[in-house]
Design a protein around this ligand. Structure first.
Ligand code: SAM
Length: 255
C-alpha cells in the first residue's frame, strides 16, 4: 500500500465539520477534537517517555503479531519503541476521546509500552482500564515503569487476546481499542470477541486501518457490515459504533 497515495485519496474524500449531518460525528469533530491536552498531562507524557528512553538496558523483545516484523530482537527500549507505539496526533486523539466521552471501562488489545493506556488514563483518570499484552518482556517493563505513575487504574494482563477472552471478563466496556495483530484474519477474530463485551454506546477504535492492503480491505468490509450503524475513517484510526439508532452511515473525516 502506497501510504502517500492513500493519504491524498483520503484528503480528497474527507469532510470537515460543516459538511456533517450526524449529531454524533458533528460532536466528535466540533467538541471532542477541540479538547486540549492539559499542561500537566503533557509533562507526564514527556516524563513517561524519557524514563523509558533513558533506560539503557538491552532487552530481548518478544513482541507478538504481524506488526512485529522480527519476532525477537535484542535492543534498548528507545531503538525498539518507535514503530509500534501510539504517538503524535493519534496519541492526542486517544487522550481527547477519553477526556470527552469519559468511558468508565476501557479495554485495550495490545499494550506495547503503554502509551495508549497512558493517554486514556490521563484523559479520564477514573477510567478502569484492562490492557492486554502477550509479550512477557513488555509486561515486565510496564509493571516497572507504571510504578512511577501511581495515579491510574490500569490493570495489565500478560495474556494473548484469546486467553484473555477465555477468562470471560464479567463486564461490558464503554471503549475498546483494538491495536494488536494487524492482519484481517486476526482483526475480524478479535473484533467478534470484542463485540461480546460491548453495549450499544461502546466506541470501538481500530488502529492502523491503512497499515496494509489487507488491513484496509478488512476496514472496508467492516464499513459495509450492517451490524455497525456508524463507522468513521480518521485515516490511521477507524471508529465503530454498533448502534446509533439510525440508518447505517459511514464518514471519512479530516483529522
Ligand atoms: C501496535 S502495538 C500496541 C500499541 C499500543 N496500543 C499503543 O497505543 O502504544 C501491538 C501490541 O500488541 C501485541 N500483540 C499482538 N498480537 C497479540 C496477541 N494475539 N495477543 C497479545 N498481544 C498481542 C504486540 O506484542 C504489541 O506489543
Amino acid at each position: 500500500m502506497n501510504i502517500i497515495c492513500e493519504y491524498i485519496k483520503y484528503i480528497a474524500k474527507a469532510k470537515g465539520r460543516y459538511q456533517i449531518h450526524s449529531p454524533f460525528v458533528y460532536e466528535l469533530v466540533d467538541v471532542c477534537f477541540s479538547q486540549k491536552v492539559a499542561k500537566k498531562d503533557k509533562k507526564t507524557l514527556a516524563r513517561f517517555t524519557s524514563t523509558l528512553y533513558n533506560d539503557k538496558n538491552n532487552y530481548e523483545f518478544d513482541t507478538q503479531g504481524a506488526g512485529s516484523k522480527r519476532k525477537k530482537t535484542f535492543a534498548q527500549i528507545k531503538q525498539y519503541a518507535t514503530n509500534a507505539r501510539t504517538k503524535g496526533k493519534y496519541w492526542t486523539l486517544l487522550y481527547k476521546i477519553s477526556t470527552h466521552y469519559k468511558p468508565t471501562r476501557i479495554l485495550e488489545l495490545g499494550t506495547n509500552f503503554g502509551f495508549g493506556s497512558l493517554a486514556f488514563s490521563l484523559g479520564h483518570p477514573s477510567a478502569e482500564i484492562d490492557t492486554v499484552e502477550g509479550s512477557n518482556i513488555l509486561y515486565e517493563i510496564n509493571q516497572k515503569n507504571f510504578k512511577n505513575f501511581s495515579n491510574h487504574k490500569i490493570e495489565f494482563h500478560r495474556n494473548t487476546f484469546d486467553t484473555f477472552f477465555d477468562t470471560k471478563p464479567q463486564t461490558k466496556y464503554d471503549l475498546i481499542f483494538i491495536d494488536g495483530d494487524h492482519t484481517s484474519e486476526k482483526l475480524f477474530k478479535h473484533l467478534e470477541k470484542a463485540i461480546e463485551y460491548a453495549h450499544n454506546e461502546t466506541l470501538i477504535l481500530i488502529d492502523d486501518i491503512r497499515w496494509s492492503g489487507d488491513m484496509y480491505d478488512a476496514w472496508e468490509q467492516i464499513t459495509a457490515d450492517k451490524r455497525f450503524n456508524l463507522t468513521i475513517d480518521l485515516f490511521k484510526l477507524g471508529i465503530i459504533l454498533l448502534k446509533d439508532n439510525k440508518e447505517k452511515e459511514h464518514f471519512i473525516i479530516r483529522y
